[in-house]
Design a protein around this ligand. Structure first.
Ligand SMILES: Nc1ncnc2c1ncn2[C@@H]1O[C@H](COP(=O)(O)OP(=O)(O)OP(=O)(O)O)[C@@H](O)[C@H]1O
Ligand SMILES: [Mg+2]
Length: 339
């Protein structure tokens, strides 16, 4: 049975309507897609900008960390240069002091030797001129004995100074590890410091156990000790004071304890907590750099594997306690030239 034509009309109308709806939907989703694309484009360019900025700040960071690395390297070099400079300054002071000290006995010896020569020439002339008078010979013998004995004692003094200075100076420059007896070595350092003490009324004594031997760095030890004594002379006393500076050496288990003390003005609490800080000084106006105790601290704790402590009471004096192990760790006995 065939359908009536109105049926077809209706169906066509409905189809046309659906096509319109579909077209509208298509248009709408086309618009949505375009909008989405726009947002995506915006987001993409934003993302690109963020990535660019990130890359920029990454390269800035890289540059900064490179700068920092360079600064750290520079600081490390500067620190070791400063340590070296301080070592050389201490050595320079020592050389100047010892040179000055040696000058006196050598000067006396030269004067005595030239007196002896003059007197010998006079004696020779008198001998050529005729028979020698007994009184002249006696006079000559007296002068000769006096000058010879003065020359001998003065040259001995100069020799002693050179000897102690040589050991201390060589140790400071060579900075090598070796075995050394602590108390006798302190006594040698005291002799090489005597030029600095000579024009003061202070006395420096060394007491304690004579037999303790350290296998460590005598150069570092000498530098620390020199710094402590120099500090007492610079900071602890008013002019003309009669101070007593003392080193005492004792063994405590497998460590040696060197206690250094002065009976000077002492260090107030606020200063005491900072004395080991680099560049901390209360004597900048007198040429202090504030490196002496910082370097001493580093030498004791790093090079000598020990400890340095300070105690002080204002008006009573200051003590530095060095605790140093008898044997350094990290060295086998086969590495040790003297074991
Ligand atoms: N024995 C002492 N008595 C009193 N004060 C001291 C003594 N030793 C150190 N000080 C104080 O500690 C500070 C730091 O000492 P440090 O040796 O580091 O520097 P400095 O002696 O001032 O300068 P530098 O040693 O570099 O010439 C000194 O400025 C001083 O105030
Ligand atoms: Mg100092």
């Amino acid at each position: 049975m065939s359908r009536p034509p109105e049926d077809y009309d209706l169906e066509i109308k409905q189809l046309a309507k659906q096509i319109r709806i579909l077209r509208k939907q298509l248009e709408r989703s086309e618009k949505d897609r375009a909008k989405l694309e726009d947002t995506n484009r915006i987001k993409e360019s934003l993302l690109k900008r963020v990535i660019c900025e990130l890359q920029d700040s990454q390269s800035v960071l890289e540059r900064k960390s490179l700068d920092l690395e360079q600064a750290v390297t520079k600081l490390t070099t500067m620190q070791s240069e400063l340590v070296e400079a301080e070592k050389m300054a201490a050595l320079g002071g020592l050389v100047a002091g010892v040179a000055h000290e040696i000058n006196t006995p050598v000067g006396i010896s030269i004067t005595m030797a030239s007196t002896l020569m003059d007197e010998t020439q006079l004696l020779l002339k008198a001998l050529e001129a005729g028979p020698l008078r007994r009184s002249l010979l006696n006079h000559y013998l007296q002068v000769a004995e006096e000058s010879a004995s003065l020359i001998l004692s003065n040259l001995n003094r100069a020799g002693e100074l050179v000897q102690s200075f040589k050991q201390v100076a060589v140790d400071q420059v060579a900075s090598e590890r070796r075995r050394f007896a602590v108390k006798p070595y302190l006594e040698e350092i005291a002799v090489s410091l005597s030029p600095q003490l000579k024009y003061t009324a202070h006395r420096l004594t060394v007491t304690g156990n004579d037999t303790i031997v350290l296998n460590n760095y005598p150069g570092a030890f000498a530098q620390v000790v020199t710094n402590l004594v120099t500090n007492s002379l610079t900071h602890a006393y008013p002019p003309q004071a009669q101070g007593h500076l003392q080193f005492d050496v004792q063994q405590c288990g497998d460590q040696v304890v060197v206690q250094y003390s002065d009976d000077g003005c002492g260090i107030p609490e606020a200063v005491l907590s900072r004395v080991f800080d680099p560049f901390f000084t209360t004597a900048r106006d007198r040429g202090g750099t504030g490196l002496g105790l910082h370097i001493a601290y580093n030498l004791v704790t790093q090079k000598m594997q020990g400890q340095i402590d300070v105690r002080s009471q204002v008006g009573e004096g200051t003590q530095f306690i060095l605790t140093i192990p008898l044997y350094l760790t990290g060295f086998s006995s086969s590495q040790d030239p003297e074991n």
